[in-house]
Ligand binder design. Structure first.
Ligand code: DNO
Length: 398
C-alpha cells in the first residue's frame, strides 16, 4: 500500500514535514477554498502541488472534489456544476493526479456529536451519540417531522437528555452537526440547515440513487479517457440522517453503484470506519468483493455501543473496535499482488490512517478535529506494522 496522509493545506497545524516524519509517503489534499460547483484552476492545483513539494512529498490523492447539492438533487445549476466537475478532473489529470475521492451524502458530510470525547486514559476521541443526535434533531434544530423518525424510547431519552443539557453543549451540537467537520464542503446555521433539508423534499432514496448513477454516467467516461480513478466515499454514519436518504451505506449499495456504471474508473474509497459503524457491514468481505474497484482506502476503527442500526459509537484506536483490520489489510495486499501480476500501474493502493485520537502533545496543538499529528502517527505505525508482517516471506504468504 502507499501510505498517505491528509493535509488540509497551509492552514493545517500539522505540516507536510510532520507527515513525512510520521512515515507518510504521499499527501491527500483538496482546494477547500474553491466554492463548491466551480472548476479548480490549473494555477490553484499547481500551487497546492508546490506547497506539498516544499514539504518533501507529492500530492497523490484528491479528497475531495465536492459534489454540489444542486448536482445531488438535479436542480438549479446542476448541469454547469457537472461540466465544472468534469473540467476539474481534466485539469487534475493535466497536473498528473490520478485518484479523486468524492462523496454523495446529502447536505451533511461526516457527522459526530462529540469531537473530544474523553477515553479512559485521557485521550480524546470522536463520538456519535444517538441520544444527543436525536435531541439535536427534535429540540435544537426542531425539524418538524423529526419525531416520526425515531422510536418512542429514544424520543423519551432525548427529551430527558435535552432537559439537562448545558448551553455550551447545545451550541456545540449545532456547530458540530450543522457547521460541518473538517473537509466538509459547506456549513450551515440551524436556519440554513432547515432550509437545505426542505430542498430534498422531492428527493427520496430511489431518486438520490438514480441521481448518483446519472452523475457517474456523466463523469466516468471523462475519468476513463484521461486516466483518473474516481472513488466514492461511503456514508458516515451509514444510515439516513435528519430525514435525508443515504445511499452508500452498505455492501448492497456499493454493488448497485458499481454495477450500474461498470467501469474500473468508477470505484470505491473503502472507509472501514464509516462502513464499520454498522454491525451488518463485514469489512473484510466487502474489501474482497470490491477489491478490483478499490482505488483509495481509509483505515480506521469504531467501537459501537450496540449492534443496532442506527447506534452510538466512538472512534477507537486503529487496531481496536469492530473491524478486523488484519483481515482487511490482507485482502488489500492480495489485490495489490493480483494487480502487479497483471502489470497494472495502479497496483499500489493509496491508504491513509484515517483520523486518530488526540494523545500526548495533540491535546494542546489544536489541529483539525480528527486529524491530530501523534494520534495518526500511531495509527499509521500500527497499520504499517501489520502490512510488513503480512508481507514477510517467512511469516506471511503474500
Ligand atoms: C472525514 C472524511 C470525510 C471525507 C469525505 C469524502 O474525515 O473521511 O470528510 O473526506 O466524506 O468526500
Amino acid at each position: 500500500m502507499r501510505h498517505t496522509w491528509r493535509w488540509f493545506g497551509p492552514v493545517d497545524k500539522v505540516t507536510v514535514r510532520d507527515a513525512a516524519q510520521a512515515g507518510a509517503q504521499g499527501i491527500v489534499s483538496a482546494l477547500h477554498h474553491v466554492p463548491t460547483g466551480t472548476a479548480w484552476t490549473i494555477e490553484g492545483i499547481r500551487q497546492r502541488q508546490d506547497e506539498i513539494k516544499a514539504g518533501g512529498l507529492y500530492w497523490d490523492v484528491v479528497e475531495s472534489v465536492p459534489v454540489s447539492e444542486d448536482m445531488k438533487t438535479q436542480t438549479g445549476d446542476w448541469r454547469d456544476h457537472v461540466a465544472n466537475w468534469q473540467e476539474t478532473l481534466r485539469r487534475l489529470s493535466a497536473c498528473g493526479i490520478r485518484t479523486v475521492c468524492y462523496n454523495f451524502m446529502p447536505v451533511l458530510d461526516w457527522t459526530r456529536t462529540d469531537l473530544r470525547w474523553e477515553t479512559g486514559h485521557g485521550a480524546r476521541a470522536m463520538r456519535f451519540d444517538l441520544v444527543d443526535f436525536t435531541a439535536f434533531d427534535i429540540h435544537i434544530l426542531k425539524r418538524p417531522e423529526a419525531s416520526a423518525d425515531y422510536p418512542e424510547a429514544l424520543i423519551e431519552q432525548a427529551a430527558q437528555r435535552f432537559a439537562a443539557m448545558p448551553d455550551d453543549k447545545i451550541l456545540a451540537l449545532g456547530r458540530n452537526i450543522g457547521a460541518g467537520l473538517p473537509g466538509s464542503a459547506d456549513g450551515y446555521t440551524l436556519d440554513q440547515l432547515l432550509e437545505k433539508l426542505r430542498t430534498y423534499q422531492g428527493t427520496d432514496r430511489n431518486r438520490l440513487q438514480q441521481n448518483l448513477i446519472d452523475f457517474l454516467s456523466q463523469v466516468t467516461p471523462v475519468a476513463e479517457e484521461i486516466g483518473i480513478n474516481i472513488c466514492a466515499h461511503g456514508d458516515d454514519p451509514p444510515w439516513p440522517l435528519l430525514g435525508l436518504p443515504r445511499i452508500l451505506s452498505t455492501e448492497t449499495d456499493y454493488a448497485h453503484m458499481l454495477g450500474q456504471v461498470d467501469s474500473r474508473a468508477n470505484g470505491v474509497t473503502l472507509c472501514t470506519g464509516s462502513l464499520g459503524a454498522r454491525a451488518d457491514n463485514n469489512l473484510p468481505v466487502i474489501a474482497k468483493r470490491f477489491a478490483d474497484r478499490i482505488h483509495f482506502v481509509h483505515l480506521r476503527n469504531v467501537t459501537r455501543d450496540t449492534d443496532t442500526v442506527p447506534c452510538s459509537f466512538f472512534e477507537d484506536e486503529h487496531l481496536e473496535g469492530g473491524t478486523d483490520m488484519v483481515a482487511v489489510i490482507a485482502a488489500l495486499l492480495d489485490e495489490e499482488k493480483r494487480r502487479r501480476a497483471e502489470g497494472r500501474d495502479d497496483h499500489q493502493i493509496p491508504m491513509r490512517p484515517d483520523h486518530g485520537q488526540e494523545i500526548l502533545d495533540d491535546l494542546t496543538r489544536g489541529a483539525q478535529p480528527g486529524y491530530p499529528a501523534i494520534g495518526r502517527l500511531k495509527g499509521l505505525a500500527e497499520l504499517r506494522g501489520i502490512e510488513r508482517a503480512l508481507l514477510h516471506p517467512q511469516f506471511g504468504a503474500r
